[in-house]
Write a protein that binds this ligand. Structure first.
Ligand SMILES: Cc1ncc(COP(=O)(O)O)c(C=O)c1O
Length: 278
């Protein structure tokens, strides 16, 4: 069975799914995206992802009108066509095709691309290594733009150091987030600390759900900045994203977190997230 993707109203074999070389996404990174988790054929946290997509579009003044129902219909078709049970949906909107010029074109119509791919969800989760690196991004990290070069450079650095994620650090020594995730720590008082939503980070949809779950378990969530040293002294560290769900970080640079094993809070939150989702 060949993989099927969606491009501007058409469902096509993945290999033949293409956009024009003068698409502004290709030439300027002029677009936004979302990644949505699918578990048992069900879209997880879809309302949150859709709301953030609309916000991202508004923030870059990309005038594109589509309904939540239409987007859901496209995604559900891709889930069916690609026989996805557990998987990831990638959805990207760019400002469309126009003769190359920096300013926004008057007459381009937006390009919508949606792809789906299967993933396997392991019942056993291992702790991962992360490295720290400089956050080199712009000041509007709250927009989920396809301009991801600093994130790609950070992730490449992680891979070259046998790590799963790169944790990005600002000049003041505080952590922002992972190259493609939000970072959390469990401190000595068993409180959960993660960075407060602002223009400094992408406010993860998974992060918001995890905070809600933690509160139902009477775990205090404190949204504030924290340093690399604080993170290294934490009882537990973990990252969240639609792709990583909750993934424990048991080593940061050359430093083991606590005893180097996966901690109970990370494990419980991951299981509760999966249970709530299903
Ligand atoms: C930079 C960054 N931060 C955070 C996240 C987590 O967001 P979400 O939980 O919505 O997947 C992502 C996900 O791609 C990301 O790229």
């Amino acid at each position: 069975m060949s993989r099927i993707s969606y491009v501007n109203g058409r469902y096509l074999p993945h290999k033949m799914s293409m956009v024009h070389i003068e698409d502004r996404g290709y030439q300027f990174g002029d677009g936004v995206y979302e990644v949505v988790l699918v578990l048992n054929k069900k879209l997880i946290d879809f309302d949150g992802h859709y709301r953030r997509l609309k916000r991202s579009l508004e923030q870059i003044a990309l005038d594109y009108h589509f309904s939540q129902t239409l987007i859901k219909q496209i995604i559900n078709r891709l889930i069916r066509f690609n026989l996805i049970s557990n998987g990831l949906i990638y959805l990207q909107v760019t400002r469309g095709v126009a003769e190359r010029a920096h300013q926004f074109p008057d007459d381009a119509s937006a390009t919508l691309v949606v792809t789906a791919k299967p993933i396997s969800i392991s019942p056993v989760i291992e702790g991962k290594k992360a490295i720290t690196t400089t956050d080199q991004r712009w000041d509007r990290r709250d927009i989920k733009t396809i301009q991801l070069l600093p994130n790609c450079i950070a992730k490449q650095e992680a891979v070259e150091n046998d790590a799963f994620e790169a944790i990005m650090v600002m000049n003041d020594g505080t952590i922002t987030e992972g190259a493609s995730s939000n970072l959390w720590m469990v401190n000595k008082e068993n409180q959960l600390i993660t960075r407060k939503a602002s223009n400094i980070i992408l406010n993860g949809i998974t992060k918001v759900t995890i905070a809600e779950i933690a509160e139902t378990q009477k775990i205090q969530v404190i949204e504030r900045a924290f340093t690399v040293n604080e993170a290294k002294g934490a009882k537990e560290l973990f990252i969240t994203s639609a792709t990583a769900i909750v993934t424990p970080i048991t080593q940061l640079d050359e430093h083991m977190i606590a005893d180097g094993n996966v901690g109970p809070v990370s494990l419980a939150l991951r299981n509760m997230y999966l249970k709530k989702a299903l």
